[in-house]
Ligand binder design. Structure first.
Ligand SMILES: Cc1cc2nc3c(=O)[nH]c(=O)nc-3n(C[C@H](O)[C@H](O)[C@H](O)COP(=O)(O)O)c2cc1C
Ligand code: SF4
Ligand code: SF4
Length: 448
């Protein structure tokens, strides 16, 4: 079995799975139950001066039968007193010395940072995470994402904390920014030992159309909250990968955002995360989801000949290129497995209206649209292809016109019915090469 243990900037953890700073890591009792369930670490619900929360405070997007595809909250940092939290942290560290306990912190003045850091380190935390990400409530008070959106300020406050901290300092970033590299590199320059991302995305989750009030409703009003859950995973992975690829980012990354199972975790790790943090999936399904994460990741590593999770970190980074370095000659086309097809015609509608008008049904040749690459006639296959389930409702692909966009395969409801097949391999002809060689002008430009 592969070794799942990690060393994150000196913070050791039996596996890469950490609770994110949020309700599941709000108290010692919860964190201890989480560790019993298998979690390797926990970033405590953000500590600072306790706040007063509103009711209600959560909202969710359900989509096509899937509950909580996206989640939104207008909760602030901890509403529990600092001393109570620290007493519980002490207790957790005493009982679980090998697990990672990281204090998430948010405060204002240099003096407050100093005191907060000292008190947390005295309680025995393994590291600190600076919450420069919360996009609601605290940013209006000059904290959270208002710091994460100002790289200079972020760098300065990070440097303050490094003056005081004896344990590693992680900086948690907000995604509510033009280019994640700006705050990420500022954190590195400020001396951060690690980065955590993403915090939530500023959002309005919905509107109560009878009351005419946004949700989640607090009496007769609401406010913007932070979006997270499965829906944000693509955004989070992009930001993690941007930082992991950058030569100036030499510190480890804790990946966060929409992680619900081992596959999500493995993808974040392959894109450069050393640890991963989870909030929404735990709020939805409970601590036990970590069992799937541990088993799944461990099996995956074994099957792919990796003896430790460290070997997976950043493996997919070389496969990421700028658009201008992608091969323009590589080509795939759609192939339909007639015997799997149920004749629903979704691929036909998608390709005709949303792609390149090259899937048809029926025995007759078809007229290609006037804007086709090869205007003229699309030849229907002869004899007509008949499926065991769909009979003569099996569509056919006019291959010369297929641009290999994937749309039909994405909408087809039958797994494996439409596959995308390679028809020519990489040619090395990229946009950047065309620019270098002066072949970048495509006919039909503005000045023609
Ligand atoms: C209800 C709620 C409360 C949260 N509170 C905090 C917090 O106190 N500190 C913090 O850094 N992040 C907080 N977060 C953000 C999460 O730690 C995490 O960054 C975000 O939810 C993305 O991960 P997920 O998609 O797994 O939920 C909170 C998120 C939720 C949903
Ligand atoms: S891959 Fe795109 S262009 Fe080709 S058949 Fe499917 S939808 Fe049409
Ligand atoms: S979407 Fe799939 S199942 Fe439906 S007609 Fe097209 S190939 Fe057949």
């Amino acid at each position: 079995m592969a070794d799942l243990s990690i060393d994150f900037a000196g913070i050791r953890s039996p596996n890469p799975f950490w609770l994110a700073s949020a309700p599941p890591a709000n108290s010692g009792e919860q964190v201890m139950r989480a560790f019993d369930a298998g979690w390797g670490g926990a970033v405590w619900k953000t500590l600072g001066d306790p706040i007063v929360n509103v009711s209600s405070r959560f909202g969710a997007v359900d989509y096509a039968g899937q509950k909580v595809m996206g989640f939104n909250n207008i909760e602030l940092i901890t509403d529990r007193g600092l001393e109570v939290n620290l007493r519980e942290i002490r207790e957790v560290k005493k009982r679980y010395p090998k697990h990672a306990v990281i204090a998430s912190l948010m405060t204002e003045t240099k003096e407050d940072w100093k005191v907060l850091i000292r008190r947390c380190e005295d309680a025995g935390v393994d590291g600190l995470e600076l919450n420069f990400g919360c996009p609601h409530g605290m940013c209006e008070r000059g904290m959270g994402s208002s710091v994460g959106q100002e790289p200079k300020l972020l760098q300065e406050i990070t440097a303050w904390t490094k003056e005081f901290a004896k344990t590693p300092v992680l900086v948690k970033l907000t995604p509510n920014i033009g280019d994640i590299l700006d705050p990420g590199i500022a954190a590195v320059k400020g001396g951060a030992d690690g980065l955590s991302l993403i915090n939530t995305i500023k959002s309005i989750i919905g509107v109560d159309l009878d009351r005419m009030v946004p949700e989640p409703r607090v009496g007769n009003a609401s406010t913007n909250g932070g979006y997270c859950g499965p829906a944000v995973k693509p955004i989070a992975m992009h930001m993690v990968a941007s930082l992991a690829r950058d030569p100036e980012v030499t510190i480890p990354i804790s990946g966060i955002g929409g992680i619900s199972n081992w596959r999500d975790a493995a993808e974040f790790i392959a894109l450069g995360s050393t640890s991963v943090q989870v909030c929404t999936a735990v709020m939805h399904y409970g601590f036990r989801i970590v069992e799937d994460m541990i088993d799944g990741l461990s099996n995956y590593l074994d099957e792919h000949g990796m003896t430790s999770v460290r070997q997976l970190v950043g493996r997919a980074i070389p496969g990421f290129r700028e658009w201008g370095d992608l091969d323009l000659g590589y080509q795939i086309v759609a192939k339909i497995d007639a015997n799997k097809c149920i004749g629903c015609q979704l691929c036909v509608a998608a390709c005709q209206d949303g792609a390149h008008q090259c899937i048809f049904t029926g025995p007759n040749d078809q007229q290609r649209p006037p804007h086709a690459h090869y205007p003229g006639t699309a030849k229907a296959p002869r004899p007509q292809i008949l499926g065991t389930q769909a009979g003569d409702r099996v569509p056919w692909v006019d291959e010369p016109e297929c641009v290999g966009c994937n749309l039909c395969a994405l909408v087809c409801p039958v797994p494996g019915c439409i596959t995308m097949v390679e028809t020519s391999n990489e040619t090395g002809d990229t946009w950047n090469r065309r620019v270098q060689e002066g072949r970048d002008k495509v006919p039909g430009g503005i000045h023609e």
